[in-house]
Design a binder for this molecule. Structure first.
Ligand code: PHE
Length: 342
């Protein structure tokens, strides 16, 4: 074969391959590659025939056929990528995703209403610069009673139906023992609120054997009953409403003298009398008083130098008033229909 003939043959081969490539579908491309460029392909077989060719011509033909090979390879790869991309696009456009649909939202937990109210109470006092402190739920007779001026066998102990764990060890019946624990460690001034669980042998629609209290106390030089009135009146207004007022009436607690029962004017009837305030116009919400010098003696505070007030309130009671709940049991049943409302 002459050089011209060979050239013509190679060029014709390239043309034909390109024409076929033009028409090829994705599945056909690999076959095309084998047909033209494979070991037994057409280009290879032409090159095999080169041994019969004039040695002077061989390099020229070799160069030409290599160029053709490179070009064909490139075009085949290009076409293959192009087809692959097209089919992927087609597959994608078949999937219909509506990005405007709302997503599936996760069920979120929320804080228990008692925790919420307890934190709200503490927040009012922390704004007045009270610190938050906690104490143990298992207490000794000493902290729960004796250091709080409940003498042994004294009838005042019957005010609180105690769960005993063993002789002299009990579940605290109030948060007041934390006063003693703090006074033992810290010299005045002290300004503290104590949230926590307390336990009493008692159960009906407004009482539960476990419930929560927030205790508060403040000790320094020259603390008077006026400070107690000021702080608690402010608390009532912050918690229940600016227009409400506070009432202080004499009460008895062994660890305070004088002691007071604190009430607020009824937020529902504004004092006119209704079901919530049992027609009295007032709602009792906590106990309070000036800390008894007998307590200070136990912790070696000088009662001539220091004075202070203390108060304690039931969180469930505050929450029931605030949300109009008349059964304390609802707080402990873990019924999501109830809990989700807060
Ligand atoms: N600890 C008292 C109770 O649980 C409440 C109280 C606290 C009263 C502080 C006076 C001062 O009933």
């Amino acid at each position: 074969m002459s050089l011209e003939e060979l050239k013509g043959k190679l060029e014709a081969l390239e043309k034909q391959a390109l024409a076929e490539l033009e028409q090829a579908a994705q599945e056909g491309i690999e076959n095309l590659r084998v047909k033209y460029l494979g070991k037994k392909g057409e280009l290879t077989s032409i090159l095999r025939g080169l041994s019969n060719i004039d040695a002077a011509v061989r390099p020229l033909i070799g160069k030409l056929s290599n160029e053709i090979k490179t070009r064909l390879e490139e075009k085949i790869n290009h076409k293959q990528n192009e087809l692959k991309e097209k089919s992927e696009q087609a597959a994608l456009s078949n999937i219909t995703v509506d990005l405007t649909l709302p997503g599936t939202s996760m069920a979120m937990g929320s804080m228990h209403p008692i925790t919420q109210v307890m934190e709200e109470i503490c927040a009012i006092f922390t704004r007045l610069n009270f610190a938050v402190v906690q104490g143990p739920e298992i207490e000794t007779d000493y902290y729960n009673f004796e250091a709080l001026n409940f003498p042994p066998e004294h009838p005042a102990r019957d005010m609180q139906d105690t769960f005993f764990i063993e002789d002299k060890v009990l579940l605290r019946t109030h948060t007041s023992p934390v006063q003693v624990r703090v006074f033992e460690k810290q010299k005045p001034p002290v300004k503290i609120v104590v949230p926590g669980k307390v336990y009493r042998h008692d159960a009906d629609v407004t009482h539960s054997p476990m419930f929560h209290q927030v205790e508060g106390f403040m000790v320094d030089e020259n603390i008077t009953f006026a400070d107690l009135k000021g702080v608690l009146t402010l608390f009532i207004k912050e918690m229940f409403g600016e227009q409400l007022s506070a009432r202080f009436r004499p009460d008895f607690f062994p660890f305070t003298e004088p002691s007071a029962e604190v009430a607020m004017s009824c937020f529902a009837c504004k004092g006119a009398g209704c079901r919530i305030c049992k027609n009295s116009g007032w709602i009792e919400i906590m106990g309070a008083g000036m800390i008894d010098p007998a307590v200070f003696k136990h912790v070696k505070y000088d009662p001539e130098k220091y004075s202070g007030f203390a108060f304690g309130m039931g969180v469930e009671r505050i929450a029931m008033l605030k949300y109009g709940i008349d059964n304390i049991g609802l707080f402990y049943e873990n019924d999501l229909r109830f809990l989700k409302q807060f």
